[in-house]
Each structure stands twice: as C-alpha cells, then as structure tokens.
Design a protein around this ligand. Structure first.
Ligand code: ADP
Length: 320
C-alpha cells in the first residue's frame, strides 16, 4: 500500500487530533502517503481532501475537536452511497482507510470492508466509552475530567447553600460517564439508563441524609436515564428540600485532551496505520489493560459493552 486515507466521523471526541497525528506520522514513517478527507464520509463522497504531511499535524495534539472536521452522512447509510464512496477512493488511488469514530462510523467502515473488500482499520473515538474491544475509547477520560471539574465547583456552592444539585451528564444509551464522575465526584446518587431506579427511594435517601446532618448532595444523572430538571422537580416536590439542576451538555465534548487521551490516541492512531499498511483490514484497534490489541469489526460491533458491576456496587456503597 502506497497511499491511504483517514477520516474523523460521527460524534467528535477530544483526542481525535492526537489520533490523527499518530496515524499520519506512523504512515509517513513507513513511506506511505496519506490523504485526509474532511467531514467524515461526506468528504469522501464530495472528494473534499486535505493532503497531510508531518507538519500539518504539528501543534494539534493539545487541541480538542478535529482539524478534519466531522459530520454525519446519510448517503453513506445506503449501499449506493457506499459504492460511490469506494469508487471515489479508488479513483484517488487510496488503497485503505483509517476511520476514527464511534460505533456508527465503525459500522460504515465494516460495510465497505465486507461489501467491496475495501481495506479499513477503525480507531475508537467516542466520549461515551461504549465501544467493545477496548477498555477505553478516545475522549472518555477528557469528558470525565471536564464534567468532574464542573461538579467539584458545584459541590462548593451546594455545600454553602445546603442544596441538592442534580447534574446531567452525557450518555444517551449508557451510564459510563455518569458512573465514573459519580465515583470520582463523591456523588450521593447516580442515575443511569442500565439500572432501574426509584425517585421516591432517592427522596428517602436525601431526607435520611439530612437527618444524619448532611445538608447538601450531588445527584448525577445520565441524559438517557432522566432529565435533570424532572429529577430536581420531583425531589423538591416530595421532600421540600431546596434543589437546583444543571445540564453540562456539549462542554463535555470539547477542550484540551488529557494526557491519558493524548497518549491513547497516538498509540491507537499509529497502530491503525501500521496494521493497515501491513495488510490487515476489517479490524478496530484498542487497549486491553495497557496492551494494544486489534479485534475484527464484526466482533466489536456485535458485542455489547456493559458498565462494570463492581463499580456500580461501589457507587452504591459509597453513597451511604
Ligand atoms: P458515531 O460514529 O459517533 O457513532 P453516527 O452513529 O452518527 O456517529 O455515525 C456516523 C456516520 O457513520 C453516519 O453519519 C453514517 O455516515 C455512518 N454510519 C452509521 N451507521 C451506519 C450504517 N449502519 N451503515 C453505514 N454507515 C453508517
């Protein structure tokens, strides 16, 4: 392989730039040429390219977001769109593609690998950390630390005013971020989509805490489990305790990636380029413990990643 392509696609995640740096510099060091496509799969369809040399990925390791931009591309969901995209790639002499993105983007990569035998290598980039085949996806650690900083600040004011604060974090389908920040932020309750919850029980807990002399509380809720405003209203109505809510929203997606995410992204990006150039395809790179691994996309996309039961139990015990 002499020329490969790279995209960042789907939801952005801090550390995607570092992954790009890893991919580009590893490819160049092996004598390959690398072309970036802007706006994910849309850029392949529109032939929006960016030639990437070693210098073009200089100075981006500190930046959140992605210099290649990202997008969602409806046309690529259809066979005809994918056929056209693969046609464009071949026309441009691109012999393989590194896809940095979440499970949707990886599903698209798997499709062109299986339908057209087009060589692809996936890199897990998602703040949600819900991708199987890796302990961590790029951006999760940064998102957790960003949310945590906000929560730590809110705790100060919650304490001073003796209030309950309900804080909504990202996680439409899972509670990975919520559980992690709940543990790290010392939350009194964590509400996630995977575990049934009773708001009345939470009210009882809040009242019991007041009786013990604990006059402020932080409740973390994953957006997919409940709206923070509804939880706050319910608690106020049933306990009479002064409550506030806050939705952290998109701030969790941005900002300087943590050292952990930068190093993870560099390692995964470089490994993806190396494997692609060595003839591997249809895989996603990841970490298992601190070891780099690579799994077939078929396995990654059909295996559900679940929250760690030990952490769930710990959150429960710590909130007492
Ligand atoms: P993420 O990669 O963050 O999970 P999305 O689910 O929005 O984000 O997927 C990003 C893009 O990947 C989509 O806009 C589409 O172009 C492509 N994609 C997603 N799902 C599929 C699919 N089932 N088949 C083909 N392409 C897909």
């Amino acid at each position: 392989m002499k020329r490969i392509g790279v995209i960042t696609s789907g939801g952005d995640a801090p550390g995607m730039n570092a992954a790009l740096r890893g991919t580009v510099r590893a490819a160049i060091s092996r004598g390959a040429e690398i072309i970036g496509f802007l706006h994910g799969y849309s850029g392949i369809l529109a032939k929006e390219t960016m030639s990437l040399d070693s210098m073009s990925v200089g100075g981006i390791i500190t930046q959140g977001g992605t210099i290649l931009r990202t997008a969602r591309c409806k046309e690529f969901m259809e066979f005809a769109g994918r056929e056209r995209a693969v046609g464009n790639l071949r026309e441009l002499g691109v012999e393989g593609l590194v896809v940095i993105g979440g499970d949707g983007s990886l599903t698209g990569a798997r499709a062109i690998h299986e339908e057209f035998g087009f060589p692809v290598l996936g890199v897990p980039g998602s703040i949600d950390n819900d991708i199987s085949g890796t302990d961590f996806s790029i951006g999760f650690d940064t998102a957790v630390n960003t949310a945590l900083e906000a929560i730590d600040r809110v705790r100060d004011t919650a304490y001073s005013h003796e209030r309950i604060f309900v804080i909504e974090v990202m996680g439409r389908h899972n509670g990975f971020i919520a559980l992690e920040v709940g543990l790290a932020g010392g939350a009194e309750a964590v509400i996630i989509p995977e575990v049934p919850f009773s708001l009345l029980d939470i009210c009882d807990t809040m009242l019991a805490m007041r009786q013990k002399g604990k006059n402020s509380s932080i409740i973390i809720v994953a957006e997919g489990a409940a709206r923070a405003s509804d939880v706050k209203d319910f608690i106020h109505k049933h306990t009479g305790l002064e409550s506030r809510y806050m939705v952290l929203g998109h701030m969790q997606r941005g900002g300087r990636p943590t050292a952990f995410d930068r190093v993870l992204a560099l390692r995964l990006g470089a490994m993806a380029a190396n494997r692609l150039l060595s003839g591997y395809s249809g895989e996603m790179v990841g970490v298992d413990g601190n070891k780099l691994v690579s799994h077939p996309l078929g396995y990654v996309l059909t295996t559900k990643r679940t929250v760690d039961p030990e952490k769930l139990l710990l959150a429960e015990v710590m909130s007492n």
